[in-house]
Design a protein around this ligand. Structure first.
Ligand SMILES: C[S@@+](CC[C@H](N)C(=O)[O-])C[C@H]1O[C@@H](n2cnc3c(N)ncnc32)[C@H](O)[C@@H]1O
Length: 223
């Protein structure tokens, strides 16, 4: 079995057994190889926009003997993929804005597919896109890897609740507030807002909200 990083292991753990998966931006195809080796998925479609990563993926398939269960495809996002037969889409390791543009070009992702999304940056942009464009964020969790904390979201098509500015940056407290890593995410968001607050009234407002959430967490933990 190949070994996944903590971030990718957290992504792979969200794939339901027996799922038919598309892994967008697969790079070395680590997640697809792990999913078929672990017997979670009978087959996976692994895509990337660039030929270099797909060459690395092909080498890993060869080395692990998984080429009969993983199909590689060069494409931008989900372009040219017939969605029939797939029930799960993973997009990990890209900026939230790139993920939003990939999903927006594939409206079929709002029709019953499970999305597993692990943005590297611009998480607020991704959450804003999802909640305003016919998706519901069904769960969130955090993964610590190489000194950084990464959010991992699951989402499906549906009508979302409204998200406030702080929720767009952090996730909803009822979904993420008890995660052991949440305090680190909150402190990082607070530090960023504190820097901008003297020049930006929106950031000043967020700062107040982050301080309110911090007091709430500290109060909950004092019992
Ligand atoms: C940092 S790697 C992430 C690899 C792996 N998914 C992970 O999370 O570790 C990002 C990969 O996404 C690919 N990529 C970037 N934009 C893309 C797009 N629009 N469509 C498909 N792949 C894309 C890049 O070529 C690269 O291989």
């Amino acid at each position: 079995m190949i070994r996944l990083s903590a971030r990718l292991a957290a992504v792979a753990a969200l794939v339901p057994p027996g799922a038919s998966v598309i892994d967008v931006g697969t790079d070395h195809a680590m997640v697809p190889v792990w999913l078929v080796q672990a017997g979670i998925c009978p087959h996976v479609l692994a895509t990337d926009i660039r030929p270099g990563p797909l060459r690395s993926a092909a080498a890993l398939l060869e080395r692990t003997g998984t080429g009969d269960r993983i199909r590689l495809m060069q494409t931008d996002g989900l372009a040219g993929i017939a969605p029939e037969g797939y029930d799960t889409v993973i997009i990990a390791g890209m900026g939230g804005e790139t993920m939003a543009s990939i999903l927006s070009a594939a409206p079929w992702t709002r029709s019953g597919v499970l999305l597993i999304l692990a943005p590297q940056s611009k998480q607020a942009q991704l959450r804003r896109f999802l909640v305003k464009n016919g998706y519901v964020i069904t769960a969130e969790r955090l993964a610590a890897d190489a000194g950084r904390v990464y959010p991992i979201l699951t989402a499906r098509g549906g009508v979302s609740l409204d998200y406030g500015e702080a929720e767009l940056h952090l996730g909803r407290l009822e979904q993420i507030g008890t995660d052991p890593l949440f305090g680190r995410v909150l402190d990082a968001a607070r530090a960023q807002a504190a820097k901008a607050a003297p020049f930006d009234s929106g950031a000043a407002q967020s700062l107040e909200e982050y301080d309110r959430i911090r007091r709430e967490l500290d109060h909950d933990h004092s019992f």
